[in-house]
Write a protein that binds this ligand. Sequence first.
Ligand SMILES: O=CCCC(=O)O
Length: 515
Amino acid sequence: MSDPMNVLAPEHRRLRIGDAWRDAASGATFAVEDPATGKTIAEVADADVVDGLAALDAASTAMAEWAATPPRKRSELLTATYRALTERSEEVARLITLEMGKPLAEARGEVAYGAEFFRWFAEEAVRVEGRYSIAPSGGYRILTVPKPVGPCVFVTPWNFPLAMGARKIAPALAAGCTTITKPAGQTPLTMLFLARIMEEVGVPPGVVNVVTTKRSGEVVSALLADGRTRKLSFTGSTEVGRVLLRQAADNVLRTSMELGGNAALIVCADADLDVALDGAMVAKMRNIGESCIAANRIYVEEPVREEFSARFAERMGALSMGHGLDDGVNVGALIDEASVTKIDELVADAVDRGARVLVGGERPDGPGHFYPPTVLVDVPDDARMLKAEIFGPVAPIISFTSDDEVMAKANDTEHGLAGYVFTRDLQRALRFAEGLDTGMLGINRGLISDPSAPFGGVKQSGIGKEGSHEGILEYLDLTYVAIDLPGPARCSGRPACAPAPPGRPTLPTPSRSRR
Ligand SMILES: O=CCCC(=O)O
């Protein structure tokens, strides 16, 4: 196995601030681990508040020039980033697997997904529009002028170390904003690699800053308390999101919050069970279940419960667990010990309350943070895992007998991020689409993430959308300009509207034959 760390030279394991790669002011570093072995793979700079504010200095200084850079030029730099990521996909993917644990095939998928945000927003950068209209009274005109919101602070999670940063950085740059990203302490390397790629393709200094730190609380608080920061975008738990929202309130920041989920996946008796099984495998096992849109509760209509559960357990049991860089592995290591312990406790709690384990359910001995694919049936409504985000390869199956019953259970959560429904009945699907309180819904599909679609939740799953056309609007303020122009809108004077004034040439009237 070649060493994926070779792609990130020691000088790029430091803070990216302005035009420099710097050590932390204090000289402190922290260790990054391979979750599959528990071994240290790199030491990176551990920023404190001084470093965080230096990054904000750089982002603020670069702001005016970047906002004034022609959209076409910004677009070209985003396209160049897309191309560089695509060309270097294998290196980035190996780095993702090494620091995060997911299987290499999935890491390659993440690189394609992350790179696509740069391509999508390169195309959006040149399509930012305001509008012109006549006030209803006719007495003045209304003009809207979109403007970049200003320097942005991004707090990104460890589960998609590239893609979650990409879907914030790309629209911000497209809109003309500068950025400071604080990647998760477990997975800083991929974000540093992205910063290096963006430097190489020519993104100007100060536009993309990366601050790696284990002291997230103090560094992010200082950034949010500084009046120069104008926007916060966070992807992570609802719990942390609430804390950040309170801090963002002090300076009334624009916020985008992609928070926790508790997705219900509903299999109706009329579903094509092959399609439902494929969809459930993706919705549950993509990213080892470490995804905010992972199916957290699988509701199966009583007539197909037994067949679905048996076939699903067989497919889950056939997956192979191991180091993500090894051939044939489908299930890599989870991020850390705390995650494995939490999942183990949730399974034990469900079993204590009467659930049956069809497959998995016992953590293996040995190094690394592994938990096997697990299927539980007869999971009672009071099991803790039906309320908590499992964030791992564990699938609780619950049966249902009516659409009203399952809709009420699916909605009985503070979250409202994603859901999935499998049915061949279009009217039934539409009733679920209207009745489920989620920001996103897959119908006969387990994969819904797409840079060209608006990703985001309702209820306590978040605020705002990422990706798609809506994604760039999160980085634009609108100035409305009222222009005084009394009187009605004037006609241009074309012949169909009014006779031409004397002395002015008239347009020829088209002959019948030319119509
Ligand atoms: O975990 C949250 C994001 C998942 C995705 O973008 O598919």
